[in-house]
Write a protein that binds this ligand. Sequence first.
Ligand code: CTP
Ligand SMILES: C[C@](O)(CO)[C@H](O)COP(=O)(O)O
Length: 402
Amino acid sequence: MEQVRSGTIGIVVVAAGRGERAGASLEGPKQYRRIGGRAVIWHTLKPFLDWPKSGPIVLVIHPDDRALLNDATADVPRRENLIVVTGGATRQASVLNGLRALQGRDVGHVMIQDGVRPFVDAALLERIATELSSGKSAVLPAVPVSDTIKRGDASGVVMGTVPRKDLFAAQTPQSFHYETILFAHERAAEEQAADFTDDASIAEWAGIPVHLVEGSIDNVKLTVQRDIAMADEKLRGSALPDVRTGNGYDVHQLEAGDGVTLCGIFIPHDQKLKGHSDADVALHALTDALLATCGAGDIGDHFPPSDMQWKGAPSRIFLEHAARIAREAGGTIMNADISLIAEAPKIGPHRQAMREKLAEILGISLDRCSVKATTNETIGFVGRREGIAAIATATVVFRGNA
Ligand SMILES: Nc1ccn([C@@H]2O[C@H](COP(=O)(O)OP(=O)(O)OP(=O)(O)O)[C@@H](O)[C@H]2O)c(=O)n1
Ligand SMILES: C[C@](O)(CO)[C@H](O)COP(=O)(O)O
């Protein structure tokens, strides 16, 4: 019976390959290609960074890829916990560099993960950890082979069928007692034993019993271009739509004058709206609605009435500012809807011009801009023609999952 051993679980993620089978891309080798809006390596690292049992995490990269890595992991949570080292000419050499980087870090076990397996989940990590803590020195996640396997010759003729009952497809993270696999790797490198394509093979070569644990059919390795395209489709398809709605309300008093500006359109009238800016209640309400979709406060936070530079300012400045904030946060403005509550002037004759103005300011199509109006049936401050009110709603769709 193998001994239960203590110590934290170190993680080695190898990402120093060139991804030749996947082909060239402007984004760099396959571990830096974008799937679901983020780099493959971001998705690979995340479950390990989130897993409470992870100890030190070593990321093995190619020396040419530092800038790509910085870009890919800029927003990875707990990025400061990563130990970055450079790899070698083969996967085996890269793993050995990663294992060496864990020396002196109080690591009892190690999980060795391909940088291009972005769909590992916590349940798989837990299954492996359970096996390690029961004393196994080498644990291999794998899935039974489901295709019928043929052996063929160089001319493409089938030589026979391999019984698949005992066949498993090896996955990662392949996991080991740390000192045991480090020793086996060092020896394999020293003796140039073979070109091992995985770490379980090195354990087998060294005579260490390797135990199978149930892998996950989702835990695919991205090897060729089609794998990357499918991973991207999968992540985009499962992304929750991030649709956000904001509302806004504003009122301005009326006083004697020559006209009002509503939705950016001047309407001659025997009153004007009082206010610090041009007092366009409609655009103020819509500005608040847009700011609300990205939690960016309200119009007063951005344009304080105490600031003299906004005196008499056209309110389209405020709306353009809010639209820019929403876009910079990754949003696409889907729709803007304003209800004006005014006893006079009549809004109907100006509605089309108002909608066109909104479409122009927001840079969206006319059918996404709506302006409606109602009177207040002569009651209340609106009914007494003391003021005009506006209610606005904006819908913005943001990229990626919340
Ligand atoms: N010298 C190498 C070669 C491979 N790997 C890593 O090992 C994992 C699995 O290897 P593979 O899919 O074969 O990646 P590549 O070697 O990059 O692909 P290819 O063989 O098509 O060039 C990948 O995360 C890869 O970055 C590595 O760290 N160092
Ligand atoms: C380690 C591995 O992912 C197990 O399936 C695989 O052997 C490495 O990839 P390669 O394509 O064989 O280099």
